[in-house]
Design a protein. Sequence first.
Length: 162
Amino acid sequence: MNVKKIIISIAVIIALGIGFLAIILSEGSYIKYVPQHENTITCKGTAECITGQVTRVIDGDTVIVNNIHVRFALASAPELTEKGGIEAKNFIESLCLVGSKALVDEDDGQTGGSYGRTVAELYCNNKLVNSALLENNLGTIDKRFCGVSEFSNEDWAKKYGC
């Protein structure tokens, strides 16, 4: 009888361990591939160059850095109500944790912004977020702006259709 209890106890412990492991592994499932850049990232062009902290992630292609709404240049994610929208937002939240270091390189070709947002390349913790969104198939390149964006000739933008 004691052997039976021991076997059941071991089976329960193994089942709990497998469940716990599955939870841990699923937590990192949003980060599949993230291009890493050097520690010294500098802004290109002549438009605004802002360094600061992420204060909020709005959706899959907009974050707030130092109270400035930043829209990702050339990269577009589904709306939160559309298929993939929540997954894109969760991915961006995993890259740009609230309080994390961010660099905003405003697009020289779109200094007028978009709906009150600064259009830019965004680096969170030295990772180019615009590129990472596309690389992980959570967004698409917005070809409407390839003709005006200063970033359209960068490798990541050309790779996805600019």
